[in-house]
Design a protein around this ligand. Structure first.
Ligand code: TRP
Length: 328
């Protein structure tokens, strides 16, 4: 059975873009593979964050992942810093990672612009730690969003370099994208992201807050008044209908929008209902976990024990390949 690994930063809460872009596959893949999922707190420290909030952000992220249907009986869920082998392997891998390769990472270049006052070495070697996350478990499939494909190409390259230099330990890994690997935000222009503030948090998928958020969502910009016909194919709201609604809904929107028979408010209203339906199980599981926060910690602790056992085996193999000293 192939191993699947993926990680997500503890931003506090998941949004629709995370779910549609990646986490949806985390849930689906548990039926078929050995799945290992991780909240990557050591990655998160490369950017500024409110230190007092870190614990709750990790907790809330794990809670959301479980509420979406990741099942601790079938998948391992844990926190990166609870398994120190991640950082240990990252150091080893940094010795087979090209400086030039890291310089080419677009995410590094973007972050260097966005946080120009804090371009730290961790930000630069971020993809090495990511490669370590994956290779530590000898994972072959990595469900991620489109923005991570470049990092995964590098992870594959790093694994190969290790194997060439020290002998074969790691398999090849590849990204597993969802049907919609890139989801645009409320602005309809940029990728949905919490830091851009154009996101729909999963926790906001209730009638009132969702109506309010979708009210802000940019539609076909050529459709200025209610009387103008619109073009669903350039409308971000319609791209959400493609994910959450039925064929009948979509036909209704296409007909109504292109003839100015319905307004954007009508179209958004239909979407609100469909999204609430889609996330009904999530809301129920979420409420149960919110009422029992100790359960989340229990799951994370048990997950870390399982992950650590695998990680320690890989590191023993790595140390042996490297020819390191070992207590006789
Ligand atoms: N860099 C990923 C992101 O920002 C998160 C991540 C860290 C990850 N380690 C990983 C994803 C390992 C997949 C596999 O989304």
């Amino acid at each position: 059975m192939k191993t699947v690994f993926s990680g997500i930063q503890p931003t506090g809460e998941l949004h629709v873009g995370n779910y549609i872009g990646a986490i949806h596959n985390w849930v689906k893949m548990q039926d078929q593979y050995r799945c290992i999922y991780c909240v990557v707190d050591y990655h998160a420290i490369t950017q500024d964050y409110p230190v007092k909030e870190m614990k709750s952000r990790v907790h809330d992220m794990a809670l959301d992942i479980l509420a979406l249907g990741v099942d601790p009986d079938r998948a391992i869920l844990f926190v990166q810093s609870a398994v120190p082998e991640h950082t240990e392997l990252a150091w080893v891998l940094s010795a087979v990672t090209g400086h030039g390769d890291l310089e080419r990472m677009t995410q590094f270049k973007d972050k260097s612009v966005n946080q120009s006052e804090n371009i730290n070495a961790g930000l630069f070697s971020y993809p090495v730690l990511q490669a370590a996350d994956i290779l530590l478990y000898k994972a072959e499939l990595v469900p991620v969003g489109a923005d991570q494909v470049q990092h995964l190409e590098l992870a594959r390259r790093i694994g190969r370099s290790f194997n060439n230099r020290w002998g074969k330990v790691f398999p090849e890994c590849e990204p597993k994208l969802t049907e919609t690997p890139k989801v645009l935000g409320l602005d309809g222009k940029q990728k949905m992201s919490k830091s851009l503030g154009n996101h729909i948090p999963l926790s906001a998928i209730e009638d009132k807050p969702l109506r309010k958020l979708l009210g802000r969502m940019v539609t076909d910009e050529k459709r200025v008044t209610r009387e103008d016909p619109g073009d669903p194919d350039v409308c971000n709201v319609f791209s959400f209908h493609k994910i959450f609604s039925t064929d009948d809904d979509r036909a209704w929107v296409r007909e109504g929008c292109t003839t100015a028979g319905i307004g954007c408010v009508d179209c958004k209203g239909r979407l609100v209902g469909r999204m609430i339906e889609h996330f009904a199980d999530y809301r129920e599981r979420r409420a149960a976990l919110v009422a029992n926060p100790a359960r989340v910690d229990e799951i994370l602790a048990a997950g870390a024990d399982k992950a650590r056992a695998i990680a320690q085996r890989t590191m023993a193999e790595v140390r042996q390949k490297l020819g390191l000293w070992r207590s006789p």
